[in-house]
Design a binder for this molecule. Structure first.
Ligand SMILES: Cc1cc2nc3c(=O)[nH]c(=O)nc-3n(C[C@H](O)[C@H](O)[C@H](O)COP(=O)(O)OP(=O)(O)OC[C@H]3O[C@@H](n4cnc5c(N)ncnc54)[C@H](O)[C@@H]3O)c2cc1C
Length: 408
Protein backbone atom coordinates (compact mmCIF):
# COMPACT_ATOMS: atom_id res chain seq x y z
CA UNK A 1 0.00 0.00 0.00
CA UNK A 2 1.28 3.46 -0.88
CA UNK A 3 1.51 5.89 2.02
CA UNK A 4 0.54 9.50 1.45
CA UNK A 5 1.26 12.17 4.06
CA UNK A 6 -0.26 15.59 3.47
CA UNK A 7 -0.41 18.78 5.46
CA UNK A 8 -4.18 18.74 5.33
CA UNK A 9 -6.94 16.27 4.44
CA UNK A 10 -10.44 17.54 3.63
CA UNK A 11 -13.29 15.03 3.92
CA UNK A 12 -16.17 15.80 1.51
CA UNK A 13 -16.24 17.28 -1.99
CA UNK A 14 -19.27 19.57 -1.74
CA UNK A 15 -18.84 23.37 -1.88
CA UNK A 16 -17.68 23.63 1.75
CA UNK A 17 -14.96 20.98 1.33
CA UNK A 18 -13.84 22.28 -2.07
CA UNK A 19 -13.70 25.92 -0.94
CA UNK A 20 -11.73 24.89 2.18
CA UNK A 21 -9.26 23.00 -0.01
CA UNK A 22 -8.96 25.93 -2.44
CA UNK A 23 -8.43 28.42 0.38
CA UNK A 24 -5.70 26.30 2.06
CA UNK A 25 -3.88 25.43 -1.14
CA UNK A 26 -3.79 29.12 -2.14
CA UNK A 27 -1.71 29.57 1.03
CA UNK A 28 0.77 26.91 -0.12
CA UNK A 29 -0.65 23.95 1.83
CA UNK A 30 -0.53 20.39 0.35
CA UNK A 31 -4.13 19.21 0.40
CA UNK A 32 -5.81 15.88 -0.29
CA UNK A 33 -9.60 15.87 -0.59
CA UNK A 34 -11.43 12.56 -0.05
CA UNK A 35 -14.92 12.27 -1.57
CA UNK A 36 -17.07 9.17 -1.23
CA UNK A 37 -18.94 9.53 -4.55
CA UNK A 38 -17.25 8.38 -7.75
CA UNK A 39 -17.37 11.89 -9.25
CA UNK A 40 -17.84 15.47 -8.11
CA UNK A 41 -20.55 17.61 -9.71
CA UNK A 42 -22.53 14.87 -11.39
CA UNK A 43 -25.82 15.30 -9.53
CA UNK A 44 -27.76 18.50 -9.04
CA UNK A 45 -29.23 18.38 -5.52
CA UNK A 46 -29.97 22.02 -4.78
CA UNK A 47 -31.91 24.98 -6.18
CA UNK A 48 -28.67 26.90 -6.76
CA UNK A 49 -30.05 30.29 -5.73
CA UNK A 50 -27.01 32.26 -4.59
CA UNK A 51 -26.77 35.93 -3.60
CA UNK A 52 -24.52 38.11 -5.75
CA UNK A 53 -22.95 39.65 -2.61
CA UNK A 54 -22.25 36.15 -1.28
CA UNK A 55 -20.66 35.05 -4.54
CA UNK A 56 -18.58 38.22 -4.49
CA UNK A 57 -17.31 37.46 -0.98
CA UNK A 58 -16.28 33.99 -2.23
CA UNK A 59 -14.53 35.51 -5.32
CA UNK A 60 -16.94 33.58 -7.54
CA UNK A 61 -18.43 36.29 -9.73
CA UNK A 62 -16.36 34.94 -12.63
CA UNK A 63 -18.27 31.64 -12.90
CA UNK A 64 -18.34 30.19 -16.44
CA UNK A 65 -21.48 31.33 -18.27
CA UNK A 66 -22.73 27.79 -18.91
CA UNK A 67 -23.17 27.29 -15.13
CA UNK A 68 -25.24 30.45 -14.63
CA UNK A 69 -28.88 29.74 -15.43
CA UNK A 70 -30.35 33.12 -14.52
CA UNK A 71 -28.56 36.34 -13.59
CA UNK A 72 -31.65 38.53 -13.21
CA UNK A 73 -33.27 37.65 -9.86
CA UNK A 74 -34.12 40.89 -8.06
CA UNK A 75 -37.03 40.01 -5.83
CA UNK A 76 -39.53 37.55 -4.38
CA UNK A 77 -43.24 37.06 -4.84
CA UNK A 78 -44.42 35.56 -1.61
CA UNK A 79 -47.87 33.93 -1.50
CA UNK A 80 -49.95 33.40 1.64
CA UNK A 81 -51.87 30.10 2.02
CA UNK A 82 -54.98 31.79 0.54
CA UNK A 83 -53.02 33.33 -2.30
CA UNK A 84 -52.45 36.90 -1.07
CA UNK A 85 -49.35 38.23 -2.79
CA UNK A 86 -46.51 40.15 -1.15
CA UNK A 87 -43.89 41.44 -3.58
CA UNK A 88 -40.44 42.32 -2.28
CA UNK A 89 -38.06 43.76 -4.81
CA UNK A 90 -34.87 45.67 -5.49
CA UNK A 91 -34.05 47.76 -8.55
CA UNK A 92 -30.96 45.71 -9.40
CA UNK A 93 -30.37 41.94 -9.55
CA UNK A 94 -29.44 40.48 -6.15
CA UNK A 95 -29.09 36.76 -6.85
CA UNK A 96 -28.11 34.24 -9.53
CA UNK A 97 -29.53 30.83 -10.21
CA UNK A 98 -26.72 28.38 -10.92
CA UNK A 99 -26.55 24.78 -12.03
CA UNK A 100 -25.32 23.24 -8.75
CA UNK A 101 -23.74 20.20 -10.40
CA UNK A 102 -21.79 22.50 -12.73
CA UNK A 103 -20.93 24.77 -9.79
CA UNK A 104 -19.36 21.90 -7.79
CA UNK A 105 -17.58 20.63 -10.89
CA UNK A 106 -16.16 24.13 -11.51
CA UNK A 107 -14.88 24.35 -7.91
CA UNK A 108 -13.33 20.91 -8.29
CA UNK A 109 -11.46 21.99 -11.46
CA UNK A 110 -10.23 25.11 -9.65
CA UNK A 111 -8.97 22.97 -6.77
CA UNK A 112 -7.18 20.55 -9.12
CA UNK A 113 -5.54 23.48 -10.93
CA UNK A 114 -4.19 24.68 -7.58
CA UNK A 115 -2.69 21.23 -6.95
CA UNK A 116 -5.31 19.71 -4.62
CA UNK A 117 -5.16 15.90 -4.80
CA UNK A 118 -8.84 14.95 -5.20
CA UNK A 119 -9.58 11.27 -4.56
CA UNK A 120 -13.13 10.25 -5.45
CA UNK A 121 -14.65 6.87 -4.47
CA UNK A 122 -12.98 7.39 -1.10
CA UNK A 123 -15.42 7.18 1.79
CA UNK A 124 -13.77 7.89 5.15
CA UNK A 125 -15.21 5.54 7.76
CA UNK A 126 -13.04 6.56 10.66
CA UNK A 127 -10.06 8.71 11.60
CA UNK A 128 -7.63 7.43 14.23
CA UNK A 129 -5.00 9.54 15.93
CA UNK A 130 -1.61 7.99 16.68
CA UNK A 131 1.54 9.90 17.67
CA UNK A 132 0.03 13.21 16.61
CA UNK A 133 -0.94 11.88 13.16
CA UNK A 134 -4.43 11.31 11.81
CA UNK A 135 -4.84 7.99 9.97
CA UNK A 136 -7.78 7.59 7.61
CA UNK A 137 -9.76 4.35 7.52
CA UNK A 138 -11.51 4.14 4.16
CA UNK A 139 -14.50 2.07 3.05
CA UNK A 140 -14.01 -1.23 1.19
CA UNK A 141 -14.75 0.14 -2.26
CA UNK A 142 -12.24 2.99 -1.77
CA UNK A 143 -8.73 3.42 -3.14
CA UNK A 144 -6.07 1.17 -1.58
CA UNK A 145 -3.87 4.18 -0.84
CA UNK A 146 -3.30 5.01 2.85
CA UNK A 147 -3.65 8.63 3.93
CA UNK A 148 -2.16 10.47 6.91
CA UNK A 149 -2.17 14.11 7.94
CA UNK A 150 -1.83 16.32 10.99
CA UNK A 151 -4.94 18.38 10.27
CA UNK A 152 -8.40 17.56 8.92
CA UNK A 153 -11.35 19.64 7.76
CA UNK A 154 -14.63 17.74 7.99
CA UNK A 155 -17.17 18.77 5.33
CA UNK A 156 -19.42 15.71 5.11
CA UNK A 157 -22.68 17.58 4.55
CA UNK A 158 -25.99 17.24 6.36
CA UNK A 159 -25.59 13.82 8.04
CA UNK A 160 -21.96 13.80 9.24
CA UNK A 161 -20.60 10.60 10.74
CA UNK A 162 -17.12 11.79 11.71
CA UNK A 163 -17.85 14.79 13.99
CA UNK A 164 -18.54 12.46 16.90
CA UNK A 165 -15.15 10.74 16.49
CA UNK A 166 -13.69 14.04 17.73
CA UNK A 167 -16.37 14.47 20.39
CA UNK A 168 -17.99 17.23 18.35
CA UNK A 169 -21.77 17.57 17.94
CA UNK A 170 -23.69 17.04 14.69
CA UNK A 171 -26.74 19.00 13.45
CA UNK A 172 -29.84 17.79 15.27
CA UNK A 173 -31.74 15.11 13.36
CA UNK A 174 -35.09 16.50 14.50
CA UNK A 175 -34.30 19.84 12.83
CA UNK A 176 -33.98 18.57 9.27
CA UNK A 177 -36.07 19.69 6.32
CA UNK A 178 -36.68 17.10 3.60
CA UNK A 179 -36.89 18.67 0.17
CA UNK A 180 -38.01 17.57 -3.25
CA UNK A 181 -37.53 19.53 -6.45
CA UNK A 182 -38.44 19.17 -10.13
CA UNK A 183 -36.92 21.04 -13.05
CA UNK A 184 -39.95 21.78 -15.21
CA UNK A 185 -40.43 23.24 -18.67
CA UNK A 186 -43.60 24.74 -20.10
CA UNK A 187 -44.26 26.74 -16.92
CA UNK A 188 -46.71 29.63 -17.41
CA UNK A 189 -46.95 33.08 -15.88
CA UNK A 190 -43.53 33.37 -14.24
CA UNK A 191 -41.05 36.22 -14.45
CA UNK A 192 -37.33 35.51 -14.63
CA UNK A 193 -36.65 38.36 -12.18
CA UNK A 194 -38.73 36.91 -9.32
CA UNK A 195 -38.55 33.75 -7.26
CA UNK A 196 -41.94 32.66 -5.96
CA UNK A 197 -42.35 31.42 -2.39
CA UNK A 198 -45.47 29.64 -1.12
CA UNK A 199 -46.02 29.87 2.64
CA UNK A 200 -48.38 27.92 4.85
CA UNK A 201 -47.98 25.23 7.45
CA UNK A 202 -50.76 23.09 6.04
CA UNK A 203 -49.11 23.26 2.61
CA UNK A 204 -45.47 22.75 3.57
CA UNK A 205 -45.22 22.04 7.32
CA UNK A 206 -42.03 23.54 8.74
CA UNK A 207 -40.83 25.17 5.51
CA UNK A 208 -42.26 26.43 2.17
CA UNK A 209 -42.74 25.76 -1.51
CA UNK A 210 -40.85 27.54 -4.32
CA UNK A 211 -40.71 28.27 -8.02
CA UNK A 212 -37.26 29.50 -9.05
CA UNK A 213 -37.21 30.65 -12.66
CA UNK A 214 -34.43 29.59 -15.02
CA UNK A 215 -36.10 31.58 -17.79
CA UNK A 216 -39.68 32.58 -18.68
CA UNK A 217 -40.76 28.95 -19.25
CA UNK A 218 -38.42 26.75 -17.23
CA UNK A 219 -38.16 26.66 -13.46
CA UNK A 220 -37.08 24.72 -10.41
CA UNK A 221 -40.26 23.82 -8.56
CA UNK A 222 -39.76 22.49 -5.07
CA UNK A 223 -40.93 22.17 -1.52
CA UNK A 224 -39.45 21.39 1.87
CA UNK A 225 -41.24 19.75 4.79
CA UNK A 226 -40.26 18.51 8.22
CA UNK A 227 -42.38 15.38 7.83
CA UNK A 228 -41.25 13.29 4.84
CA UNK A 229 -41.89 12.10 2.18
CA UNK A 230 -41.37 15.49 0.49
CA UNK A 231 -42.05 14.10 -3.01
CA UNK A 232 -45.66 13.30 -2.09
CA UNK A 233 -46.19 16.78 -0.60
CA UNK A 234 -44.70 18.39 -3.72
CA UNK A 235 -47.11 16.47 -5.94
CA UNK A 236 -50.03 17.55 -3.75
CA UNK A 237 -48.85 21.17 -3.95
CA UNK A 238 -48.57 21.02 -7.73
CA UNK A 239 -51.95 19.33 -8.18
CA UNK A 240 -54.00 21.28 -5.67
CA UNK A 241 -52.63 24.77 -5.02
CA UNK A 242 -54.87 27.10 -7.07
CA UNK A 243 -52.02 29.36 -8.27
CA UNK A 244 -49.32 26.73 -8.80
CA UNK A 245 -51.78 24.34 -10.47
CA UNK A 246 -52.56 26.94 -13.08
CA UNK A 247 -48.90 27.82 -13.71
CA UNK A 248 -47.92 24.18 -14.13
CA UNK A 249 -51.02 22.89 -15.92
CA UNK A 250 -49.10 22.08 -19.10
CA UNK A 251 -45.59 21.83 -17.65
CA UNK A 252 -43.36 18.78 -18.04
CA UNK A 253 -40.96 17.37 -15.46
CA UNK A 254 -37.44 17.25 -16.93
CA UNK A 255 -35.55 16.16 -13.82
CA UNK A 256 -36.30 15.22 -10.21
CA UNK A 257 -34.11 15.52 -7.17
CA UNK A 258 -34.40 15.34 -3.44
CA UNK A 259 -32.29 16.10 -0.44
CA UNK A 260 -32.22 17.21 3.16
CA UNK A 261 -31.22 20.47 4.84
CA UNK A 262 -30.28 20.98 8.51
CA UNK A 263 -32.21 24.06 9.67
CA UNK A 264 -31.72 23.80 13.42
CA UNK A 265 -28.77 26.22 13.20
CA UNK A 266 -25.09 25.74 13.85
CA UNK A 267 -23.48 23.17 16.14
CA UNK A 268 -22.18 24.55 19.41
CA UNK A 269 -18.49 23.67 18.80
CA UNK A 270 -16.86 23.46 15.38
CA UNK A 271 -13.23 22.67 16.28
CA UNK A 272 -11.13 20.37 18.45
CA UNK A 273 -7.47 19.28 18.43
CA UNK A 274 -6.43 18.71 14.76
CA UNK A 275 -9.96 19.25 13.37
CA UNK A 276 -12.34 21.87 12.00
CA UNK A 277 -15.95 21.27 10.84
CA UNK A 278 -17.52 23.31 7.99
CA UNK A 279 -20.70 23.65 5.92
CA UNK A 280 -23.86 21.63 6.48
CA UNK A 281 -21.88 19.30 8.77
CA UNK A 282 -21.55 22.30 11.12
CA UNK A 283 -25.17 23.41 10.56
CA UNK A 284 -24.03 26.62 8.81
CA UNK A 285 -27.28 26.81 6.81
CA UNK A 286 -29.94 29.49 7.02
CA UNK A 287 -32.90 28.25 9.11
CA UNK A 288 -35.27 30.48 7.12
CA UNK A 289 -34.45 29.49 3.53
CA UNK A 290 -32.14 26.48 3.86
CA UNK A 291 -29.40 28.22 1.86
CA UNK A 292 -26.02 26.81 2.86
CA UNK A 293 -23.60 27.48 0.03
CA UNK A 294 -22.67 31.07 0.90
CA UNK A 295 -22.31 30.85 4.71
CA UNK A 296 -20.70 27.39 4.42
CA UNK A 297 -18.38 28.85 1.78
CA UNK A 298 -17.42 31.83 3.95
CA UNK A 299 -16.66 29.45 6.84
CA UNK A 300 -14.69 27.23 4.42
CA UNK A 301 -12.49 30.15 3.38
CA UNK A 302 -11.75 30.86 7.04
CA UNK A 303 -11.16 27.14 7.74
CA UNK A 304 -8.58 26.94 4.94
CA UNK A 305 -6.85 30.05 6.22
CA UNK A 306 -6.68 28.94 9.88
CA UNK A 307 -5.51 25.45 8.83
CA UNK A 308 -2.68 26.96 6.82
CA UNK A 309 -1.62 29.02 9.87
CA UNK A 310 -1.80 25.93 12.10
CA UNK A 311 0.41 24.04 9.66
CA UNK A 312 2.90 26.91 9.43
CA UNK A 313 3.09 27.22 13.24
CA UNK A 314 2.90 23.44 13.77
CA UNK A 315 0.16 24.14 16.29
CA UNK A 316 -2.90 21.91 15.87
CA UNK A 317 -4.25 22.50 19.35
CA UNK A 318 -7.90 23.17 19.99
CA UNK A 319 -6.86 26.54 21.46
CA UNK A 320 -5.20 27.63 18.22
CA UNK A 321 -8.03 26.32 16.01
CA UNK A 322 -10.67 28.09 18.13
CA UNK A 323 -9.82 31.19 16.08
CA UNK A 324 -11.80 29.55 13.23
CA UNK A 325 -14.97 29.58 15.31
CA UNK A 326 -14.38 33.14 16.50
CA UNK A 327 -14.03 34.34 12.92
CA UNK A 328 -17.00 32.59 11.35
CA UNK A 329 -19.24 33.56 14.28
CA UNK A 330 -18.21 37.17 13.81
CA UNK A 331 -19.15 36.96 10.11
CA UNK A 332 -22.65 35.46 10.31
CA UNK A 333 -23.64 34.01 13.70
CA UNK A 334 -25.96 36.90 14.56
CA UNK A 335 -27.84 36.36 11.30
CA UNK A 336 -28.20 32.62 11.93
CA UNK A 337 -29.58 33.34 15.41
CA UNK A 338 -32.16 35.80 14.06
CA UNK A 339 -33.11 33.42 11.23
CA UNK A 340 -33.64 30.61 13.74
CA UNK A 341 -36.06 32.78 15.71
CA UNK A 342 -37.91 33.72 12.49
CA UNK A 343 -38.12 30.06 11.43
CA UNK A 344 -39.46 28.92 14.84
CA UNK A 345 -41.89 31.83 14.90
CA UNK A 346 -43.20 31.15 11.36
CA UNK A 347 -43.56 27.45 12.15
CA UNK A 348 -45.63 28.31 15.23
CA UNK A 349 -48.22 30.23 13.16
CA UNK A 350 -51.46 28.63 12.04
CA UNK A 351 -52.39 29.46 8.44
CA UNK A 352 -55.00 32.01 9.60
CA UNK A 353 -52.25 33.91 11.45
CA UNK A 354 -50.02 33.78 8.38
CA UNK A 355 -52.90 35.45 6.47
CA UNK A 356 -53.11 38.21 9.11
CA UNK A 357 -49.34 38.73 8.98
CA UNK A 358 -49.45 39.03 5.18
CA UNK A 359 -52.22 41.54 5.51
CA UNK A 360 -50.14 43.67 7.84
CA UNK A 361 -46.92 43.40 5.84
CA UNK A 362 -48.71 44.22 2.61
CA UNK A 363 -48.98 47.93 3.52
CA UNK A 364 -47.04 50.28 1.21
CA UNK A 365 -44.77 51.70 3.97
CA UNK A 366 -43.87 48.30 5.39
CA UNK A 367 -43.35 46.79 1.94
CA UNK A 368 -41.01 49.67 1.14
CA UNK A 369 -39.02 48.94 4.31
CA UNK A 370 -38.78 45.24 3.51
CA UNK A 371 -37.69 45.96 -0.05
CA UNK A 372 -35.13 48.51 1.11
CA UNK A 373 -33.56 46.59 3.99
CA UNK A 374 -34.32 43.00 2.95
CA UNK A 375 -31.17 41.03 2.19
CA UNK A 376 -30.97 37.30 1.41
CA UNK A 377 -27.92 36.80 3.62
CA UNK A 378 -28.28 39.60 6.17
CA UNK A 379 -31.88 38.97 7.27
CA UNK A 380 -31.26 40.46 10.73
CA UNK A 381 -31.16 43.94 9.17
CA UNK A 382 -34.80 43.94 8.03
CA UNK A 383 -36.06 42.18 11.17
CA UNK A 384 -34.59 44.87 13.42
CA UNK A 385 -36.28 47.54 11.27
CA UNK A 386 -39.69 45.79 11.37
CA UNK A 387 -39.59 45.15 15.10
CA UNK A 388 -39.58 48.92 15.60
CA UNK A 389 -42.64 49.40 13.42
CA UNK A 390 -45.46 50.21 15.83
CA UNK A 391 -48.22 49.02 13.45
CA UNK A 392 -46.89 45.47 13.75
CA UNK A 393 -46.76 45.47 17.54
CA UNK A 394 -50.29 44.24 18.39
CA UNK A 395 -49.89 41.26 16.03
CA UNK A 396 -46.31 40.50 17.10
CA UNK A 397 -47.27 40.64 20.77
CA UNK A 398 -50.27 38.34 20.34
CA UNK A 399 -48.52 35.80 18.15
CA UNK A 400 -45.30 36.13 20.17
CA UNK A 401 -47.12 35.12 23.35
CA UNK A 402 -48.73 32.17 21.53
CA UNK A 403 -45.28 31.23 20.21
CA UNK A 404 -43.72 31.26 23.68
CA UNK A 405 -46.52 29.16 25.14
CA UNK A 406 -46.37 26.71 22.24
CA UNK A 407 -42.58 26.37 22.60
CA UNK A 408 -42.60 25.62 26.26
C1 LIG B 1 -33.50 20.73 -2.49
C2 LIG B 1 -32.43 21.63 -1.95
C3 LIG B 1 -32.33 22.92 -2.40
C4 LIG B 1 -31.31 23.76 -1.91
N1 LIG B 1 -31.23 25.01 -2.42
C5 LIG B 1 -30.22 25.82 -2.01
C6 LIG B 1 -30.06 27.11 -2.59
O1 LIG B 1 -30.83 27.52 -3.46
N2 LIG B 1 -29.02 27.89 -2.16
C7 LIG B 1 -28.14 27.45 -1.21
O2 LIG B 1 -27.21 28.20 -0.83
N3 LIG B 1 -28.26 26.22 -0.65
C8 LIG B 1 -29.27 25.40 -1.04
N4 LIG B 1 -29.39 24.15 -0.49
C9 LIG B 1 -28.44 23.74 0.55
C10 LIG B 1 -27.09 23.37 -0.08
O3 LIG B 1 -27.29 22.38 -1.06
C11 LIG B 1 -26.14 22.86 1.01
O4 LIG B 1 -26.11 23.81 2.05
C12 LIG B 1 -24.73 22.66 0.47
O5 LIG B 1 -24.69 21.66 -0.51
C13 LIG B 1 -23.82 22.26 1.62
O6 LIG B 1 -22.51 22.05 1.14
P1 LIG B 1 -21.52 21.06 1.93
O7 LIG B 1 -20.26 21.04 1.15
O8 LIG B 1 -21.51 21.40 3.35
O9 LIG B 1 -22.24 19.62 1.85
P2 LIG B 1 -22.60 18.73 0.59
O10 LIG B 1 -22.86 19.55 -0.60
O11 LIG B 1 -23.68 17.81 1.05
O12 LIG B 1 -21.27 17.90 0.34
C14 LIG B 1 -20.81 16.92 1.24
C15 LIG B 1 -19.97 15.93 0.44
O13 LIG B 1 -19.27 15.08 1.35
C16 LIG B 1 -19.30 13.76 0.84
N5 LIG B 1 -19.12 12.87 2.03
C17 LIG B 1 -19.96 12.72 3.07
N6 LIG B 1 -19.44 11.88 3.99
C18 LIG B 1 -18.23 11.51 3.50
C19 LIG B 1 -17.20 10.65 4.02
N7 LIG B 1 -17.31 10.06 5.20
N8 LIG B 1 -16.09 10.45 3.26
C20 LIG B 1 -15.96 11.08 2.06
N9 LIG B 1 -16.90 11.90 1.53
C21 LIG B 1 -18.01 12.12 2.26
C22 LIG B 1 -20.66 13.64 0.19
O14 LIG B 1 -20.67 12.61 -0.78
C23 LIG B 1 -20.81 15.02 -0.44
O15 LIG B 1 -20.31 15.08 -1.76
C24 LIG B 1 -30.39 23.29 -0.94
C25 LIG B 1 -30.49 21.97 -0.48
C26 LIG B 1 -31.50 21.14 -0.98
C27 LIG B 1 -31.58 19.73 -0.47
Amino acid sequence: MIESEDDLVVVGGGPAGLLSAISASKKGVDVTLLESKNAIGRHEHCAGLLSIDGLKSLNLLNLPSNIIQNKDIRGSKIYSPKGELLVVQKNEPTAWVVDRAGFDSHLSSQAIELGVNIRTSSRVLNIKKTNGHLNYILGKKSTTQKFRSKMVILAEGRFPALNEKFNLPSPLRNNIVYASQFIMSGVKDIEREFVELYQGNSLAPGFFGWIIPIDEKRAKVGLGVTNPPAGKSLRTLINTHPIIKQKLSSAIIEKRMSGAIPIGSYIKKTYADNVIVVGDAAGQTKPTTGGGVIFGGIAAKIAGDISSQAIKNEDFSSKFLSEYEKRWRKEFRKNLDVMKIIRNYLNSLEDEHVEKLFNLLNKPKIKKQISRFGDVDNQAKVVFRLVFNLRLWPFLLGSGIRFLFKKN
